[in-house]
Design a protein around this ligand. Sequence first.
Ligand code: HEM
Ligand code: HEM
Length: 190
Amino acid sequence: MKYTLQFRIWHWLNALVVLGLLATFFLRKTFLSWKTNSEIIVTKLADIGVEITSQQAAVIAKAIRAGMWEWHIIFGYALAFLMIYRIVLFFFDSSKKESFSSLDIHHKMVRVSYYVVYTTLFFMSISGLAIHFYESIGISKEFAHDIKEIHELLAYVLVYFTPLHIIGVFVAENRGERGLVSTMISGKEN
Ligand code: HEM
Ligand code: HEM
């Protein structure tokens, strides 16, 4: 057994939650963008003879987006929980991973990319919770805004890592690492 059941469950739950968080980000920037939708609302209402200001349209567009964005927070709590789960695994899990020094250069880089991703995920959880609860934890609105800027910037680490990781395991699976994905499912190395 290479990966314990609890480690595999962690990996797949984490994958789902991160994909969910990225999906909410994607929707916020595209189909549910308040800028795009408020323009649509202004023009379509004008077509039927109703005049509203762009500020009024923005309020409507943001209200339409709100239900979707609640999922960012729901997935956000799930990610925070998964980070605690990952810390517990770090101390108590017996999955067998090669030592860093035994890896070739390629696998050293893969391993480093995981460290970068773990660091990013931890930061995203803490910063996300901090912006969500800024009032109750006594952070100023300005500081919460600065944290949000970094939160948004670091989101791109996951925007790039996620497809590269999925393509990477597909390529590796076809180049001498057959069974890589099934090991993450069954835990067993072939
Ligand atoms: C949905 C498609 C995915 C597949 C098929 C997949 C598959 C795998 C496989 C086979 C490994 C082991 C690779 C190795 O030995 O180096 C792995 C590791 C890992 N995956 Fe994924 N993954 C997916 C999605 C994700 C997503 C969305 C994340 C989000 C961040 C993620 C995070 C990780 C991490 C952090 C590791 C390293 C685990 C460790 O050794 O500590 N994976 N994945
Ligand atoms: C993979 C992890 C995450 C990614 C990729 C991500 C991505 C983003 C992005 C890109 C934004 C900026 C949206 C914009 O203003 O256009 C954002 C905002 C935000 N995120 Fe996250 N996030 C993640 C995790 C979390 C977590 C764990 C929480 C905790 C609950 C959270 C809570 C928030 C909040 C409260 C905002 C501010 C929303 C607003 O200004 O209305 N995020 N996130």
